[in-house]
Design a protein around this ligand. Sequence first.
Ligand SMILES: C[S@@+](CC[C@H](N)C(=O)[O-])C[C@H]1O[C@@H](n2cnc3c(N)ncnc32)[C@H](O)[C@@H]1O
Length: 308
Amino acid sequence: MSNAYLLLRCCTRSRCAWDNAPLDSAPEYRRLLSYRHAFHAGNHADVLKHLVLIEILRHLGKKDASFDYLDTHSGGGLFALDAAETASLQEYKSGIDCIYGSDEPALAPYLETVKAFNTWSSLSVYPGSPAIAAHWLRPQDRAWLCELHPADHEALVGNMRGYCNIRVAREDGFAKLKALMPPASRRAAVLIDPSYEIKSDYDGVVDAIAGAYRKFPSGTYALWYPVVERVRVERLERRVADSGLRNVQQFELGIAPDTDAKGMTASGMIVVNPPWTLLDTLQPLLPTLAGALGDGAGHSRCAVLVPE
Ligand SMILES: C[S@@+](CC[C@H](N)C(=O)[O-])C[C@H]1O[C@@H](n2cnc3c(N)ncnc32)[C@H](O)[C@@H]1O
């Protein structure tokens, strides 16, 4: 799909530019929305998340029948690497930048997607999950993108303008997931990618997937999580295993060993009803990626969390 419609509108406002909006004045709402994905675009966590997302979308696109796609936490959609936020931390330098020139065949779909928004020789833009979906969706497919942050929602609307099969909503992604299942097409993928600023999100994501799965057990649900405190990940794994979900795989990619210090050293994807090719594709690829991104300290994991 052409990306000529994509208008690059990465927000360069300050973090507090939306503080005056009356709708957003509740303290909880403001705390929730301090996260801006532009600061982290293209980092190692995006590499893993988007690699998995692309495998899922490619797999669904192999059959002519249409499918529905829901991104519960969309972000701004497309990020200029020289925008103030992204340039301030330059997290893409230990992510996409390390592998942009790679000729590893298993990385080709991911790298070709990123290159569709850039020139082949130079990386200046990183596509977020909405732009990646826009690239892979076919005319018969439909997408719903939820984003609560006013500035990111505005950027997302601009970046998705021209895609008539994509709906952008300033709505709670968890509520949208509840409302959309089961989808009319009876084929669907859901990406759940919160920032986990609210610690109850670790439990909330499992409840949300389990609820959607009960209504639509054949959907593919992909959940991203950060490895900041290992105990939280272990609890998440136990809750997934005890939730009644079947056919669940887990993939992790880290650039440094677990630590008690602040900061994300790794991240993971938990996928319910994964494409049958996913485990075989990622098992040899993730150790290679961990080597390329991790400066010698990288690590990875592929596991079946719950069998079919
Ligand atoms: C990690 S970022 C999303 C990144 C994006 N999925 C990507 O891969 O490019 C999480 C986003 O979720 C938004 N958000 C937080 N809570 C939300 C909710 N309940 N519903 C919808 N969006 C939410 C935040 O404003 C933030 O932009």
